[in-house]
Design a protein around this ligand. Structure first.
Ligand code: NIG
Ligand code: FE
Length: 413
């Protein structure tokens, strides 16, 4: 057995069995002092006051003096599986060209699609590895990765295979999402129906049969898929047992939200242009709103109405949306800091958003996302004595140790 003792704080994100946070609970955080965590195998066996520890010799001891323990961070929305660079487009953006304008000229997502189609599976896996190492160094123990830069059968499957290989190679859990409906590939720009049939009749059945994805996502946007098209794709995905997520209300409101709610999607992501009149619909459901402040920051664009959503009682999570075009930000801590500085979230809300609520966004909140007896022993250890320091140290990574399933998988000396 292992004993994680002497930490200045254990930030548990305990929900007393609810396994997500909204309303008043979202701004609250259980913080234990003078407590230790007992881990047996991969699970939290007990959380006890320091003074009640008896036989120290029973344990392998981790002395966390001057440090704090948080649940392993959960990164619930990324496009980490990409090849190539879009630095040239970043320069265009700095010169004032809009993200959507670049996309309509054949750049944007389609530029990355070209790079992905031209790389081998082995090289792709090698390319992604350092990105995963970087997430782990920040205390992330569960990481969602989407496909979406292949946009044909062969290359979407190649991306999902790469994600599967990485999940097997790395100790963290990597959650695969199929995003074949990211945008229309060049060859089907004028013939949406053929590409949708390819997704519905070929890609989804193959992916489901071979367990290559847990979620199906889509981009509901004027430049990508209409709500009717998403409806067709979601119906097929559901029929094959995939859970649903949707990129929606990023630049336009074209009905994505209603389709997502109709199909009981587990999350709706982006919401930068969410209509105020739609907030009630979200509050009436327990759909998770994955907010992505890095995108607004990177594109110099409006932020999602986070405060209004939280005050209405919506379930809110936060994520990097790490991708080469709209949020080239491989840093969940910076996202947490942006949420504070640009979306007016409180430190407690931010921590709940990247732990228990992000776990709900991945449908894994019954086993991860908080430090509670019986849950997985996934921890992020920070080199500080108080949790608000994580937000205050803008641009710095205070994580010094990452524990997954009770094992130390990263340690900074
Ligand atoms: O979440 N909105 C669509 N997809 C990504 C951007 C992907 C890209 O530009 O490569 C996003 O922002
Ligand atoms: Fe995204």
């Amino acid at each position: 057995m292992k004993l994680f003792s002497n930490a200045e704080q254990i930030v548990t994100c305990n929900t007393n069995g609810v396994n997500f946070k909204k309303d008043k609970d979202f701004s609250e955080l259980e913080v234990l002092t003078s407590h230790a965590i007992i881990v047996e195998n991969d699970l939290i066996k007990d959380i006890i006051p320091n003074q009640s520890i008896k036989n120290f010799s029973d344990y392998e001891i981790f002395d966390l003096k001057n440090k704090i323990i948080l649940p392993g961070l959960v990164e619930c929305h990324t496009h980490t599986a990409f090849a190539g660079s879009r630095a040239d487009e970043f320069k265009m953006k700095l010169d004032g060209v809009h993200y959507e304008e670049i996309a309509s000229q054949g750049g944007g997502i389609l530029k990355t699609v070209n790079a992905v189609r031209n790389i081998s599976l082995t090289d792709l896996v090698e390319l992604i590895k350092p990105r995963i190492d970087e997430f782990i160094s920040q205390g992330i123990t569960t990481l969602e990765i989407k496909s979406g830069y292949g946009l044909n059968f062969e290359n979407e499957i190649k991306l999902l295979h790469a994600i599967k290989i990485l999940d097997e190679l790395y100790p963290i859990d990597i959650v695969p999402t199929f995003l074949g409906a990211h945008t229309f590939p060049k060859e089907f720009r004028e013939n949406h129906q053929v590409y949708i049939e390819e997704i519905v009749n070929k890609m989804i059945p193959h992916i489901a049969k071979n367990n290559l994805a847990e979620f199906c996502d889509a981009f509901c946007e004027t430049s990508a898929f209409s709500s009717e098209e998403v409806d067709l794709i979601f119906s097929a995905a559901k029929k094959h047992g995939l859970k649903l997520k949707l990129h929606t209300e990023q630049f336009n409101n074209i009905g994505g939200l209603d389709v997502a709610l109709k199909h009981n999607a587990i999350s709706v992501d982006h919401l930068e242009v969410l209509k105020e009149s739609d907030i009630g619909k979200l509050a009436d459901s327990d759909v998770v709103c994955d907010l992505l402040p890095g995108v607004s920051f990177f594109l110099n664009y409006q932020f999602a109405p986070a405060r209004k959503l939280i005050d209405a009682g919506v379930v809110v999570a936060l994520s990097t949306d790490y991708n080469p075009g709209s949020s080239h930000i491989l840093n969940l801590h910076l996202i947490m800091q942006l949420a504070a500085l640009k979306m007016q979230l409180k430190a407690e809300e931010i921590i709940n958003a990247v732990t228990i609520n992000a776990a709900k966004s991945l449908g894994r909140n019954d086993s991860i996302g908080s430090i509670e007896i019986g849950k997985k022993a996934d921890f992020s250890i920070f080199n500080t004595e108080e949790y608000p320091d994580i937000i205050y140290n803008v641009g710095r990574n205070l994580n010094c140790m990452t524990i997954k399933n009770g094992e130390v998988i990263y340690q900074r000396v």
